[in-house]
Write a protein that binds this ligand. Structure first.
Ligand code: FUB
Length: 366
């Protein structure tokens, strides 16, 4: 299966290169990838090669695959521990007819200039559908350089999206992902530490605890910070409740500690449901794993189970997990095309749930 998938990935790469000039948008050549390294050391090849893309949130809407990634650019902001060099300005949406077909750039669907409250840094987005309307959720820094989460609405999965005038009330930090449960409820999971500012909050209140990025991070022997969950309102534009922190426990029922860098939450929460269980996957980031934990309840507590994806090339690790025609796929990114932390490229590969419910660990490099 993997060889077949790699074969198709290579074909997709060739087709994508060949179709770059037919993109629905003109491409700014200053942000074009400089080189392409298709060496066999990678499990899969970049899905998109004419823009840098990251943090892929994939969904099946109306029987078609849509990918909502970050759009990485070179903006010459110096690199720092807050991620200031991740200075993204807009979002594109991409579509695929099937996991093996070519990727279509549906064009720019939202820019920072279209968001009344946002100043900069459009980080990892996600999308949801309800009753024929489409919702794009995104983090951005406001005028005070505080991350908030916004929502923009469209009549089509490919936008254009119209941003609400204000961020979602009570939102903060980064990396929103919206999970639609089988009973029709929608939940947003969010949060990321360091540059994502989650460590500055306790009980949903901002408390700037000193020099970033480690201000407010719990001491080594304390429970690590967890991602935040909030049920969405019926119109998907607001939180329907006060956000709550999610607990991630080890197999003994003890909280994962702040010092446990290989297992504790850092950013990029994503939830999928498989055989009635909720799977929370997330990036441990400074140790670069995509880990996962399971629960019988969308609010948790979640119990740590293992690793979905080993470290990728590049500092960040961010993914989504989606079922397409009965098969499961992992969308992720690395820095194959640029070698630069902030200029990433998205990829996909099949994901396997083993008979005992565990996820087979994926190694992004051969
Ligand atoms: O893309 C900017 C940030 O990098 C995301 O919000 C994080 O999850 C990390 O991938």
């Amino acid at each position: 299966m993997n060889n077949l998938f790699r074969f198709y990935s290579a074909i997709i790469l060739v087709i994508t290169f060949a179709s770059c000039n037919n993109s629905t948008n003109t491409t700014d050549t200053s942000e074009e990838p400089q080189t392409e390294d298709s060496s066999s050391k990678y499990l899969s090849q970049p899905l998109i090669t004419d823009h840098f893309t990251a943090d892929p949130s994939a969904h099946v809407f109306e029987g078609k695959i849509y990918i909502y990634p970050s759009h990485d650019i070179e903006s010459d902001v110096p690199q720092d521990d807050l991620g200031s060099h991740f200075n993204m300005m807009d979002y594109h949406v991409y579509s695929m007819d099937s996991p093996t077909s070519s990727v279509v750039d549906e064009g720019k669907v939202l820019g920072v200039e279209d968001i009344p409250w946002a100043k900069r840094q459009l980080w990892a987005p996600d999308a949801a559908e309800k009753d024929g309307k489409y919702y794009l959720y995104f983090p951005a820094k406001d005028e005070q350089d505080i991350f908030k989460i916004g929502v923009a609405v469209a009549d089509s999965p490919t936008g254009p999206f119209t941003a609400q005038p204000e961020p979602i009330k009570g939102s903060y930090s980064i990396d929103p992902s919206v999970f639609e449960d089988t009973d029709g409820a929608y939940y947003m999971y969010f949060g990321g530490i360091w540059g994502g500012q989650l460590q500055k909050y306790r009980d949903n209140k901002f408390d700037d605890k000193g020099p970033a990025p480690t201000d407010g991070i719990p001491a080594a022997e304390e429970p690590a910070l967890g991602p935040i969950i909030a049920k969405m309102s019926e119109d998907l534009l607001e939180f329907a409740e006060t956000p709550k922190e999610i607990q991630i426990l080890d197999q003994n029922g003890e909280p994962i500690l702040s010092s446990d860098h290989d297992r504790r939450f850092f950013e990029a929460a994503w939830v999928h449901k498989y055989n009635g269980k909720y799977y929370l996957s997330y990036s441990t980031s400074d140790t670069h794993f995509i880990a996962y934990a399971t629960s019988d309840n969308p609010y948790g507590p979640f119990t740590y189970q293992g690793i979905v994806l080993n470290p990728v090339e590049g500092w960040t690790n961010h993914h989504s997990i989606v079922e397409i025609n009965g098969e499961w796929y992992l969308f992720y990114h690395d820095t194959q095309l640029s070698g630069e932390t902030h200029l990433r490229n998205i990829k996909m590969t099949p994901l396997t749930h083993l008979p005992d419910g565990s996820i087979q660990t994926i190694d992004p490099n051969n």
